[in-house]
Design a binder for this molecule. Structure first.
Ligand code: GUN
Ligand code: FE
Length: 437
């Protein structure tokens, strides 16, 4: 049984995005589920083993709501183009290499190892069009202890021949075979992943919608990221009033189809209303939107409207898997937007980006992203002692500095649904806490 207690400075977001802080409190894990946080440990938990992280920060794990695993290989390269040219010049060429399993093996080892070292516990991941490579990616992420969704990508039009699926029939057939093979994984589940409307024919969308319903799967894609892309969708789908409608038309835009859409930088009012109504999650990807000069999404507006928003690294349009960086950039980009183009929308605050990286994005995975009773026990222990300072700092100040200054090296332990991982001199390894053999 995954039964134990961890002690330390507990920080998490309340439902209304306020920061809850408990100095040297106890977080209880009972069979992988949080049994609450306590200033003094209740007697009934005294038999649970207690791991003492006094004076460290204990935060929920981060949720990366949008990341492309095959693109991790060219992170930090080729950032001088906008979306459509970037896809054609760099991305498709790299993704085609995953046809070769030897290449996929090497590349996905690196991706999964780096995910393991990171404070991210949940992710929505794009693979490539290739079944075998995508199953390999799922296996490696499952072994790295990550929970979440991985998608075999669909694209059957407007793509170079070397990465274009031969027909909507073949694409759907491969997708169904992949879904069935993916059933063997416990913590990594399949997610329907049409790349975006420009590369998916109407016939393909129709078939994916059938599979989505048949297997009750969630879906992920891209929405209103770049002006050229939006114009292209407008030309490809003359019968739709806005981009989101091109997904909604097939019943793949929230409601009974849990959906996460990356970007929403340039969504129209009508699109925003449908996102809200259908409870579509937005993956805000500030680094990607900066690198590809896409723009700055109006996140303040989305939060004020009560839309569900999380953060995404969007590697490799984002150069880094770091959710610390995603939080920092979300604040910084919101400030530039406010100063340069839109005085109506005030900048994001530390509490809000922390909420988006934990509870906001976590909600896509269920009861995830907070230390409340009944939530899955995802926790990260941060040792911030290397971020030196001469003055006294409270826990909230330390959390703020963590966002701006910490990286993977500050992660000394992590827990995913109660499964523990501990740092030693060689890296982070699966470790059994609370007699979970
Ligand atoms: N739109 C379609 N494909 C992609 C991709 O790989 N990255 C980003 N950022 N946007 C996309
Ligand atoms: Fe993306």
């Amino acid at each position: 049984m995954k039964r134990f207690v961890i002690k330390g400075n507990i920080c998490y977001s309340s439902e209304n995005k306020e920061l809850c802080v408990m100095k040297n409190g106890y977080a209880v894990c009972d069979d992988g589920i949080c049994a609450g946080t306590y200033e003094e440990l209740p007697e009934c938990y005294e038999t649970f083993p207690c791991y003492d992280y006094s004076d460290k920060l204990i935060i929920p794990g981060f949720a990366d709501l949008h990341v492309h695993a095959p693109q991790y290989s060219f992170r930090g390269l080729g950032m001088d183009l906008e979306l459509l040219d970037w896809l054609n010049t760099h991305t498709f060429i790299e993704e085609a290499k995953y046809q070769e399993l030897d290449y996929a093996e090497k590349a996905y080892d690196i991706f999964a190892e780096d995910m393991l070292k990171s404070p991210t516990t949940r992710a929505c991941v794009f693979g490539t069009i290739h079944n075998e490579a995508t199953l390999l990616l799922m296996k490696k992420l499952e072994n790295a202890g990550i929970k979440g969704f991985v998608g075999k990508v669909n694209m059957d039009r407007n793509s170079p021949e070397y990465i274009c699926e031969e027909s909507p029939e073949k694409s759907a057939e491969d997708t169904e075979a992949w879904i069935q093979k993916a059933e063997k994984f416990e913590n990594i589940r399949p997610i329907i992943t049409p790349r975006f409307i420009p590369t998916c024919s109407d016939e393909l969308m129709e078939k994916l919608s059938v599979l989505q319903k048949k297997y009750h799967l969630p879906m992920q894609s891209h929405l209103s990221e770049n002006f050229g892309e939006i114009q292209w969708v407008h030309e490809l789908c003359p019968d739709t009033r806005f981009y989101g409608e091109a997904y909604d038309k097939y019943g793949m835009f929230g409601k009974r189809c849990p959906t996460v859409m990356a970007h929403c930088v340039h969504s129209t009012e009508e699109e925003i209303q449908l996102i809200k109504k259908n409870q579509v999650f937005i993956a805000h990807c500030p680094e990607s939107n900066t690198n590809l000069s896409s723009g700055v999404a109006p996140v303040r507006k989305y939060l004020d409207l009560g839309i569900k928003v999380g953060l995404g690294s969007d590697v490799a349009a984002g150069s880094s898997l770091s959710m610390f960086k995603a939080m920092t950039m979300a604040i910084q980009c919101s400030k530039l937007r406010w100063r340069l183009s839109d005085q109506e929308l005030t900048p994001l605050k530390v509490e809000e980006v922390f909420y988006m990286a934990t509870r906001g994005g976590g909600e896509f995975f269920g009861k995830v992203g907070a230390f409340e009773k009944g939530y899955e026990f995802d926790a990260v222990v941060i040792d911030d002692s290397n971020l030196r300072h001469p003055q006294e700092l409270g826990i909230k100040d330390r959390l703020e500095r963590m966002i701006y200054l910490a990286d993977d090296r500050n992660v000394i332990a992590k827990f995913v649904n109660g499964n523990g991982f501990l740092r030693d001199k060689d890296g982070i390894k699966r470790t059994f806490f609370g007699g979970n053999q």
